[in-house]
Design a protein around this ligand. Sequence first.
Ligand SMILES: [Zn+2]
Length: 332
Amino acid sequence: MKFPASAICIIATIIISCGKSTDYIVDKSYQIDDKNSSRGQNERASSLIFHYTALPFEESLRVLTAGAVSAHWLVPENGNKIYKLVDENKRAYHAGISTWKGRTNINDTSVGVEIVNLGFMCLDGNADCTKEKRKWFPYPEEQQTLIVELAKDIQKRFQIDPLCVVAHSDIAVGRKSDPGPLFPWKLLAENGVGSWVTENEIIREIQNINKNIHSDISRLLVQIRLYEFGYEIKNLNVSDNFVLDKMKKNYGYDAKKIQISDLSALSEFNKYISDEDIFDPKLTDQAIDSFLMHYLPEEYLSNKIPENKKILATLQALLIKYPNRARIGCGF
Ligand SMILES: [Zn+2]
């Protein structure tokens, strides 16, 4: 038996509805048509930020649920349970005043993961101390596994750029030290989350630097690379565009089209401008500390600042291994 299309529709409407009426979801006073989808869209979260709570588990959970501070996830020290405190589609309040790759208010665009870890104790018995007097609490193996498994899932969901998986200390330079130098960044990178370079990759870049630059590595060169990498180290009265324009006008170097291998051109920059014209010396030192905690933790823990050449080589190796988009933020 054959029905005309409209008749089929009438019959089908009784069961599932069809035709024009199915194009719309009726929602009180207006209708929503969700059949079309824009190409121009991306995930809200384009970075993944790790923290430690500096508190035991019960207190961590209480602070992160009862107060103004929050995070999407809380990872306890042991067991196999991870606490979801804020839906990833919503904003959590974990980063505070923060910048990374020129973007501010990182809460808006990140997933925040808090790890139960006491941070550090001061060997002199004070509540706070300089880094030389800090004894850091390790992350137990069981907890490291939880961190890796959770991070892999977040990475899968949001396809976060490796250089946008960072520490609270990276995005809040001088203000924060978490998750500290014992955080398992290397293990994470081995599992496809975030970034890491090996000693051999750093040595290769030291050789490259030795070949291309015949003078001592200047602080300015390190600062330019730190800045390109994402650290907010410029003088407050200097705009992002000012820095980029200076680089371009003075020696044709376009930081937006980063040429990582062009070290000799970069070193010429010293002739035109002094480091303190652009970069804040205190913020620079603090950013170097953050960078060491993340990428050269053994150097950080040894309390010796490595020479500029090693810092530069590590930055170079990272930028080559994970081609980034200079000061263009995460998720653009
Ligand atoms: Zn934090």
